[in-house]
Design a protein around this ligand. Structure first.
Ligand code: IMP
Ligand code: MG
Length: 188
């Protein structure tokens, strides 16, 4: 698996530092009295890519919080371009009147956030903030607002730290690009 890596774009130590910064920003935007009395916080990672980011981030946010889950697919199988976002499952609990922070691994075409944010507002959330670890340097990504952004990266296909190619490589600790041969082979 590590033999398939072309280049380490963001090593794990830099990810850890930036995740801590994002946690501090989210914390300072969600402490009382900024939130009205009784409004809770629900963190919703978009699965599967947001899983590792969420696990690291929430342990740096010492606030009472609930966790919800949403499963969205945009890059099924061996796709390296968005095939359009499809909501596969929603398990967010009752978010009526709650402050939601939606987490995604990467903002690429923006299709996922454009679909999910209105759906959460429809469920009656008091606020919906969006947090992405990565944002690709492409016009479509810049046109979609994200409240918290970890890193701006070149418009390249990346894996690791939750991001996959054909469902593999999510467990790499760094964010990396893959050798071109990987995309032409039958399986990783
Ligand atoms: P968007 O809906 O096009 O903004 O893309 C969001 C989703 O596409 C992410 O949550 C990822 O699952 C997937 N994605 C976009 N770019 C990449 C990439 O470079 N590597 C792996 N997955 C990606
Ligand atoms: Mg994803």
């Amino acid at each position: 698996m590590t033999g398939d890596i072309q280049r380490v774009l963001i090593p794990q130590a830099r990810i850890a530092q930036r995740v801590k910064d994002l946690a501090d920003q989210i914390m300072s935007d969600h402490v009382p009295p900024l939130l009205e009395e009784g409004q809770g916080v629900t963190i919703i990672p978009i699965m599967t890519g947001g899983m590792i980011f969420c696990a690291d981030l929430i342990r740096q946010i010492p606030l009472a919080m609930k966790i919800g889950l949403m499963m969205v697919s945009s890059y099924p199988g061996r796709s390296v371009q968005s095939q359009g976002s499809q909501m596969l499952a929603t398990q967010v609990g009752d978010i009526h009147g709650r402050n939601v922070v939606l987490l995604d691994d990467i903002l690429d075409s923006g299709g996922t956030l454009k679909m999910v944010v209105p759906a959460l507002r429809e469920l009656g959330a008091a606020s919906v903030k969006t947090c992405v670890l990565l944002r690709k340097d492409r016009p479509a990504a810049r046109q979609v607002h994200a409240d918290y952004v970890g890193f701006d990266i070149p418009d390249e296909f990346v894996v690791g730290y939750g991001l996959d190619y054909n469902d593999y490589y999510r467990n790499l600790p760094d964010i990396v690009t893959l050798k071109p041969a990987v995309f032409s082979e039958a399986s990783p």
